[in-house]
Write a protein that binds this ligand. Structure first.
Ligand code: GLC
Length: 488
């Protein structure tokens, strides 16, 4: 089966969030199952100028905004594999500005939408309307950035009377929808697109929702965990699209993300000063304790007999960062040391900074406002517990990484957090989004922590939990088979 994955990020070339990790890892697992899988992402300026653009480049012209536009297709391979990775370069729409135009990454401004509309058109013209580059059986789109592609595939197929590729659409985060003015349709492919009843219906209120188009026009939809697939059918998590999703519910599935076991491996992780094996509990605990000592030095925390609670996250409302910061005093009062690492919304960064200033001399609390993979890995390796108090969470990767590094997760029981953490067995789960329930779970964790035997069992369960991509990749293959059936 020939599959083209299309997305806005792909680790390690471009990563802003978990989406990049998924797009960088899933193809490797699919390849092992025998699929001819390839990936295409935008050729952002940063990639092109750091040599990531790869060896081979070819020029093409595509139609956008009523005229021919030059694009350059770069081809390289996904790191440590022979999986082809393409970048599409275009000076005007794609390759000026950063990876995402807004620093918060998730605002879909007019320019951002135009960029991804253009990128989507280029993908379809290269990989659907011609057969000399790569003609996939199936195009796997991810999030709003690629949401218009299933509609474009159908429009294109009508022109060229080719059997069209099937379309799978994965929702990583329904909160970011890419809401555009309708005029983008004319630049994309006016006439043909307007023949679609779904477009007509969506455009009736004078705007177009890219993620909704992706959901409604693709052959099969999935979210990144089974629980989130159910949650988005409700008003609480559906972001206004719950009725549309319910209407399509027979084709909406949930496939849990995995993590890359080769990348997240405490035994080989070059970011750690002390590596440790996961073979025995004793080695895990010894390794963690050595790392904790060093991290305390690195972050100016005092050396003492206290549990360390870590949090590594984008600092956004989704992640419940406000709830966590508001709980820091109580956490210190309970005898914890606390470490937070991340960047994101300015208001949350400021809130964290002001809390840190207040506690500057406590020696028990550190807040680092940057994206630093090395510090992140050392936090996973050193923390006894790891907090993920999200308002909603499509899957969440940090709780799985934490488990692999022997840090016991304390999570809110929503979406993928609920599907990956078993209360009292591989972590501690709370349900209501409020401080008292969060602190209640922390207290339960601390009580278990105080009994070496019980704690040892929980840590062992965590490091032995299997979150490999192999299982998820097999589920994707089944999903792809469904999509092929529905599209023919
Ligand atoms: C988004 C979601 C997160 C998920 C990731 C990868 O960032 O918020 O829950 O793990 O995508 O699918």
């Amino acid at each position: 089966m020939k599959v083209l994955l299309v997305a806005s990020e792909c680790t390690p070339v471009v990563k802003v969030g978990g989406l990049g990790d998924v797009v960088g890892s899933l193809p490797k697992a699919l390849k092992k199952l025998g699929l001819d899988v390839r990936v295409v992402i935008p050729g952002y300026k940063d990639i092109l100028y750091t040599g990531g653009g790869g060896a081979s480049c070819k020029e093409y012209a595509i139609h956008y905004g009523g005229e021919a536009q030059k694009i350059i297709l770069h081809q390289t391979t996904l790191s440590d594999t022979d999986i082809p990775l393409y970048f599409i370069e275009n000076e005007k729409y794609i390759s000026s500005g950063g990876v995402y135009m807004s620093p918060s990454a998730f605002a879909s401004s007019k320019d951002e939408i135009e960029r991804f509309a253009f990128f989507s058109k280029a993908v379809v013209e290269l990989f659907v309307s011609r057969e000399d580059v790569f003609f996939p059986d199936l195009i796997h789109c991810n999030d709003w950035h690629t949401g218009i592609i299933p509609q474009l595939i159908k429009a294109e197929a009508r022109y060229i009377e080719l059997k069209r590729p099937a379309a799978v659409f994965t929702v990583h985060n329904l909160a970011n929808q890419g809401i555009s003015s309708v005029d983008v349709l004319f630049r994309l492919d006016g006439e043909e697109l307007f023949k679609s009843p779904l477009i007509k219906w969506d455009a009736a209120d004078d705007n177009l929702d890219f993620i909704m188009q992706g959901i409604l026009a693709s052959d099969v939809v999935n979210t990144v965990s089974p629980s989130y697939a159910e949650e988005i059918k409700t008003a609480e998590f559906g972001e206004g699209l719950q009725e549309a999703i319910k209407a399509k519910s027979a084709r909406v599935f949930g496939v849990l993300n995995g993590i890359d076991g080769a990348l997240f491996n405490p035994q080989k992780d070059s970011y750690l000063k002390v590596n440790f094996s996961l073979e025995s509990l004793e080695e895990v605990l010894k390794g963690k304790s050595a790392n904790k000592k060093l991290l305390r030095k690195e972050l100016n925390l005092q050396e003492k007999d206290a549990p360390l609670l870590g949090l590594v996250s984008r600092l956004t409302k989704q992640k419940g960062i406000d709830l966590f910061i508001n709980s820091v005093d109580e956490l210190l009062g309970m005898g914890f040391q606390v470490v937070v690492l991340g960047v994101g919304d300015k208001t949350l960064e400021d809130m964290l900074l002001s809390k840190m200033n207040e506690l500057e001399f406590s020696g028990d609390c550190a807040g680092i406002i940057k994206f630093d993979e090395g510090v992140a890995r050392r936090i996973y390796a050193s923390s006894d517990m790891f907090a993920v108090p999200s308002r909603f969470e499509p899957c969440g990767l940090t709780q799985m990484i934490a488990m692999r590094y022997g840090a016991v997760p304390i999570v809110r029981g929503v979406g993928g957090l609920k599907d990956t953490v078993m209360d009292g067995i591989t972590g501690f789960v709370f349900s209501g989004f409020n401080q008292s329930e969060f602190l209640g779970a922390v207290k339960r964790a601390k009580r278990v922590y105080e009994s070496a035997d019980l704690w040892g069992k929980v840590v062992s369960n965590c490091v032995n939990a299997d979150f490999s991509w192999d299982k998820s990749a097999r589920e994707y293959v089944l999903l792809y088979a469904k999509a092929l059936k529905f599209s023919s």
